[in-house]
Design a protein around this ligand. Structure first.
Ligand SMILES: [Mn+2]
Length: 273
C-alpha cells in the first residue's frame, strides 16, 4: 500500500507510473531495523522538502530534470510491503530507472529481491561505512549484504571501515568484492558489464563531517565529490535501480545531510534514467 507524497520530489509528477516514465521515485519510510538511533523513517518526506531548494539543472551531468519524465509514486511505510510495492512499480514502468529513498538499510534486501525477480542476473554495488554481514542482529540493518548474498545476488561493497571481527572473517565467503576505497577496479567493472546493477548508497559511507545526520556515523570516510565520482564511474553499466538510505532528519538539525541527499537523488536520476 503506497500513499501519495504530500508534495513530489523536485520536478517529478506525483502519481502512478506510466509506461513511458524514465524514472520512478518511491519513499521507503521505515526504520524498524535500526540498532542505535532511529529517525530515517522521516527521510523520504524531508528529502522531498529539501529538493525544493536545489536546481533541476546539474552542471556536472549537463542535464535538466525538467526535460525528463519523472514520477514520484509516494511512500511505502511498512517493510513487509516493500517487495510487493516495488514489483508493482516495475510492472507499471518496466523501462524506468527506479530510485528508492529510505528508510534504514533494512529496506534494501526486500527491494533488491523485487528488482532481482524482474532483472535476472542482478548484481548489487554498495557504498557503506559498515560491512553489514551479521547473520542476525537486533537491528537487522547490520545484516544487509549477508541477506542479499544469501539470496544469490552478488554484492560488491565499497567504503567499509567498520565491522565485527567475525564479519571481516566472512568477507571472502560472502562478498564478491570489498575495498575501503570507492574506486572500482577494472576487474570488477568487467564482471558487472552486461548485467543489471542495483546500487545501494548508505549515506554513512561519507565522512560524518560531510553527512552528520545519520544513525550510526563512522569517522574516516570520503567526501561528497569522491562519492559523486564513484557514481559517475558507474555510467556505462546497466544501473536499473538505486537506493539512498540511513539519512535521519532528527539528527540533522542544520539540514546538511538532507540537502546532500536531495542533490544525490537528482544526480542519480540524471545519470542513470
Ligand atoms: Mn552503514
Amino acid at each position: 500500500m503506497r500513499r501519495p507524497a504530500p508534495f513530489p520530489f523536485l520536478a517529478a509528477k506525483s502519481g502512478e507510473p506510466t509506461p513511458d516514465a524514465q524514472a520512478v521515485i518511491v519513499g521507503l519510510a521505515t526504520d524498524g531495523g535500526v540498532s542505535f538511533r532511529p529517525g530515517a523513517v522521516e527521510a523520504p518526506a524531508k528529502i522531498r522538502e529539501f529538493s525544493d531548494s536545489i536546481e533541476t539543472w546539474s552542471q556536472r551531468a549537463k542535464r535538466d530534470l525538467e526535460d525528463m519524465r519523472v514520477v514520484d509514486a509516494g511512500d511505502v511505510s511498512s517493510r513487509n510491503e516493500i517487495a510487493d510495492s516495488i514489483a508493482e512499480l516495475l510492472d507499471l514502468a518496466p523501462n524506468a530507472f527506479l530510485l528508492s529513498i529510505g528508510g534504514d538499510h533494512s529496506v534494501t534486501p526486500p527491494a533488491v529481491g523485487a528488482v532481482a525477480a524482474k532483472h535476472t542476473d542482478l548484481a548489487v554495488v554498495g557504498f557503506d561505512a559498515h560491512l553489514d554481514l551479521r547473520e542476525d542482529y537486533p537491528g537487522d540493518h547490520a545484516c544487509t549484504y549477508r541477506y542479499i548474498a544469501d539470496r544469490g545476488v552478488p554484492c560488491y561493497v565499497f567504503g567499509p571501515r567498520s565491522g565485527a571481527r567475525t564479519e571481516w572473517n566472512d568477507v571472502p565467503k560472502v562478498l564478491s568484492h570489498y575495498s575501503p576505497s570507492l574506486d572500482m577496479p577494472d576487474t570488477v567493472r568487467s564482471e558487472l558489464i552486461g548485467r543489471p546493477v542495483y546500487v545501494t548508497i548508505d549515506i554513512d559511507v561519507l565522512d560524518p563531517s560531510v553527512a552528520p545526520g545519520t544513525g550510526t556515523p563512522e569517522a574516516g570516510g570520503p567526501g561528497f565529490n569522491e562519492l559523486l565520482e564513484a557514481i559517475e564511474a558507474l555510467q556505462g553499466l546497466n544501473v536499473v535501480a538505486c537506493d539512498i538510505v540511513e539519512i535521519a532528519p532528527p539528527l540533522d538539525p542544520s539540514g546538511i545531510t538532507l540537502g546532500l541527499g536531495a542533490l544525490l537523488a537528482r544526480e542519480l536520476i540524471l545519470r542513470f534514467a
